[in-house]
Design a protein around this ligand. Structure first.
Ligand code: ATP
Ligand code: MG
Length: 596
C-alpha cells in the first residue's frame, strides 16, 4: 500500500477529549475517529490491526475445535424475558439498547449472546452424543455504557469475540474451560501482550470458576491484587485476604457516651482515642430487586474495613433468592420521601429497629442484616447507640440481640496477608480486562429450558461456559502497553503493516527507484509493506512513521546511489546503515521466521 493512497490524516496536537496515551495516539495516528460518544469509526489502518487480531483469535479458537458462527444482533425481547434479564438490562441503569419495530414488538441490540445461543443449542443439540460443542463469533456488540470513555477501551459499540460451550456434565465443561484458558494465553502472547490471569467475580450464581485476563497498565480501570510468589491473583471485586488484626478494647465496661460531631469513624476515633478496628461501622443501603421490590439492607463492617459492593450484590441475590439489580446507600432525602421518621445517621448500630421502616411507602419494612466476619469476630466493641450523637462503648453481639448473618463483604486491599500463605502480602496493580472465561453452569439452560437427552435416556439442561475477548479493546490495550513519546510501537504480529519504506526525497530518481524496488520485493516476499511516496519533507514522513508505529522502517535517502539504506527498528529506535540487499534479506529472515 502506498501512503499517498491511504487517506492518512495524522494530527500533531493531542486531541482535547482523549485522556490516556493509547486513545490519543490512535486518534493522532489516523486509526480511529469518534462519531459520537462511545462510538468510533475504525479507519483502514485500524481495520488491518483488528483483522490481524481476529485471525489470531480464529486460528486459536479453531485449533481447540470451536466452530465459527454469526448470530443476529437484534434480539427479540421475549428471549431475554425468558432468561429473566430483560428488565435488568433495559430499565434503570441497564445497558441494553432497545427499540420497537413497526409492529410494536420490542427488540434489543445484543450486548452479549447467551439467550440467542442457548435457545439455538436447545433446538439443535438433542443428545449427549452431539456434545460437547463450542461455538464462537466475532462481531459488534452494543452496550449503552454509563460512562463510555478512553476511546475503544469502553465504547458503546465494540468488537467482541464471544464463545459458548455446551456439555453433558460439569467435568466436560471444566476440560473445555481449561483448553480455553490455554488458548487465551496463546492469543495474548501472540498479540505481543503481557497479561495476568486473575480470579474474577462470577456473579450471584457462585461456585462457578471465572477468570479475567488483564493487560497490566496504569490506565486500567480494574484493580488487581497479586501475591509476590505469583500464586494468587484476583480482581479486587473478587479478592479475599486476611484483614489486619483488630486492636482489642482495653476495658469491657459497658457505657453509653455522648459523641457530638463525631459522625465518622475518623472523628469518633480521634476524639475518643479509639482504633477504627474497635468500632462497628453500620451502612444502610437500598437494594433494587429484579421484581421491582426495594429492600433496605443493614451492613455491619469492622471500622477499619471497606465495603466491597460486588460481594454485597452477590450476597443479597443469594440471600433473597432473586437477582438484585443494584444497591446504593440510603440518603436522608430518600427517608423523607418514604414519609418515615428521620434516622440518627452517624450513630447507627447493627440493632437499628425495624420499626423505623414500618410506615415506609414503597420499601420492604424489614432490614436484611448482614455483617462481615471481621465484624462478627469482635467480642467487645464500640457502635452507634441508634440515638443522635451517642455511641455504646464496650458492647457485644448478645447485648445487641445476636449476630447478623456473617458473609464476606470486605474489600481486600494491598498490604493484606494472603489466604494461601499469610507471609505473602497482597500488592496492587491496575489492569485492562481484555478477556473473560466463565463457567456458567446451568443458569441459562435451566431458565431457557435448553435440554438434551443424557446417556440414561433422561432430559437435563446443558452445562455451559462462555468466553469473551474484547477485540477492539485489546487493540487499544496493545497501544497502551507499547508506545513511547514519539508514538505507537505495534507488536509485529498485529501491526497494520510490518515494514514502511520511506523515500526521503521523492524528486530524486535513484531514491525513488530503489524504494520502488524494495517495496515490490518485500511484497513479493509476503511482507505487509507500506511505501511512503508522499511529496512531503523527510522529517514529516519520519514523524508520521514513528507515530503510526510500523515495526520496521527502511529509509531510502542520499546513499541510494550506493544502494545503501537505513534500517530502523521502531521499538528500540536502533538505526543501522547497510546495503539494501542486506536490509531486505534481514527483514525476510526476521519477519518470515517469526510471523508467517
Ligand atoms: P467490563 O467489566 O470492563 O465492563 P464486562 O465484564 O462487562 O467488562 P464481558 O461481558 O466479560 O465484559 O465482555 C467480554 C469482553 O468484552 C471484556 O473482557 C472486554 O474485553 C470487552 N468489553 C466489555 N465491555 C466493553 C466495552 N464497553 N468496550 C470495549 N470492550 C468491552
Ligand atoms: Mg467480564
Amino acid at each position: 500500500m502506498r501512503v499517498s493512497r491511504l487517506m492518512l490524516v495524522t494530527l500533531r496536537d493531542v486531541p482535547a477529549d482523549a485522556e490516556i496515551a493509547s486513545h490519543q495516539l490512535l486518534l493522532r495516528g489516523g486509526y480511529i475517529r469518534r462519531v459520537t460518544s462511545g462510538i468510533y469509526a475504525y479507519l483502514p489502518l485500524m481495520w488491518r490491526v483488528l483483522s490481524k487480531i481476529k485471525s489470531i483469535v480464529q486460528e486459536e479458537m479453531n485449533a481447540i475445535g470451536a466452530l465459527e458462527t454469526l448470530l443476529p444482533q437484534l434480539h427479540p425481547a421475549e428471549l431475554w424475558q425468558r432468561s429473566g434479564r430483560w428488565q435488568g438490562y433495559t430499565a434503570g441503569e441497564g445497558i441494553m439498547f432497545n427499540l420497537e419495530d413497526r409492529q410494536g414488538r420490542e427488540l434489543g441490540l445484543g450486548p452479549t449472546h447467551e439467550e440467542v445461543i442457548t435457545t439455538l443449542a436447545g433446538d439443535l443439540l438433542r443428545s449427549y452424543r452431539q456434545l460437547p460443542v463450542t461455538l464462537y463469533q466475532i462481531q459488534s456488540k452494543f452496550r449503552d455504557e454509563i460512562r463510555p470513555r478512553f476511546g475503544l477501551m469502553r465504547s458503546r459499540e465494540f468488537i467482541m469475540k464471544d464463545a459458548y460451550s455446551f456439555h453433558a456434565n460439569e467435568a466436560d465443561l471444566t476440560t473445555t474451560y481449561k483448553a480455553m484458558d490455554k488458548a487465551y494465553k496463546r492469543i495474548f502472547s501472540r498479540c505481543g501482550l503481557e497479561t495476568v490471569a486473575v480470579d474474577a467475580d462470577s456473579g450471584a450464581i457462585g461456585g462457578a470458576a471465572s477468570q479475567e485476563f488483564m493487560v497490566t497498565a496504569d490506565a486500567g480501570e480494574d484493580l488487581i491484587l497479586t501475591s509476590a510468589d505469583g500464586i494468587y491473583a484476583a480482581n479486587q471485586e473478587k479478592a479475599v485476604s486476611h484483614p489486619a488484626k483488630a486492636t482489642p478494647l482495653p476495658s469491657k465496661e459497658s457505657i453509653v457516651l455522648d459523641t457530638p460531631n463525631q459522625k465518622t469513624i475518623e472523628t469518633l476515633c480521634s476524639t475518643q482515642g479509639l482504633h477504627p478496628s474497635q468500632v462497628i461501622k453500620v451502612l444502610v443501603m437500598l437494594a433494587r430487586i429484579e421484581d421491582g421490590e426495594l429492600q433496605p439492607v443493614l451492613v455491619s463492617l469492622r471500622g477499619d474495613q471497606e465495603l466491597n459492593e460486588v460481594k454485597l450484590l452477590n450476597a443479597l441475590s443469594k440471600e433473597l433468592g432473586k437477582m438484585v439489580l443494584d444497591v446504593a446507600p440510603i440518603t436522608a432525602d430518600q427517608i423523607v420521601s418514604q414519609g418515615i421518621e428521620a434516622w440518627p445517621f452517624g450513630a447507627l448500630g447493627p440493632d437499628l429497629d425495624d420499626a423505623l421502616l414500618s410506615s415506609a411507602k414503597s420499601w420492604i419494612t424489614r432490614f436484611l442484616r448482614l455483617a462481615d466476619p471481621s465484624a462478627t469476630a469482635l467480642e467487645n466493641f464500640v457502635c452507634g447507640a441508634n440515638r443522635s450523637d451517642q455511641h455504646r462503648i464496650g458492647t457485644n453481639w448478645s447485648k445487641l440481640g445476636g449476630k447478623p448473618k456473617s458473609v464476606d463483604l470486605r474489600k481486600a486491599q494491598a498490604g493484606d496477608c494472603c489466604i494461601h500463605d499469610s507471609s505473602q502480602i497482597l500488592e496492587e496493580q491496575r489492569g485492562i480486562e481484555v478477556g473473560h472465561i466463565f463457567q456458567l453452569g446451568r443458569k441459562y439452560s435451566q431458565a431457557l429450558e435448553a435440554h438434551f437427552t443424557n446417556d440414561k435416556g433422561t432430559q437435563e439442561p446443558f452445562w455451559m461456559g462462555c468466553y469473551g475477548i474484547g477485540i477492539s479493546r485489546l487493540a487499544q490495550a496493545a497501544v497502551e502497553q507499547h508506545h513511547d513519546e514519539a508514538g505507537i510501537s505495534w507488536p509485529l504480529a498485529i501491526a497494520p503493516f510490518e515494514v514502511i519504506v520511506v523515500v526521503a526525497n521523492l524528486q530524486d530518481e535513484p531514491q525513488q527507484k530503489l524504494a520502488e524496488q524494495l517495496y515490490s520485493e518485500l511484497q513479493a516476499a509476503g511482507i505487509d509493506t507500506l511505501l511512503d511516496d508522499r511529496n512531503e519533507r523527510a522529517g514529516v514522513k519520519f514523524k508520521d512513521a514513528d507515530l503510526i508505529g510500523i515495526p520496521w522502517r527502511i529509509v531510502v535517502g542520499r546513499d541510494a546511489t550506493k544502494a545503501e539504506v537505513e534500517l530502523v527498528k521502531r521499538s528500540s529506535r536502533e538505526v543501522r546503515k547497510l546495503p539494501a540487499t542486506q536490509a531486505l534479506a534481514e527483514l525476510i529472515e526476521e519477519i518470515g521466521v517469526n510471523n508467517h
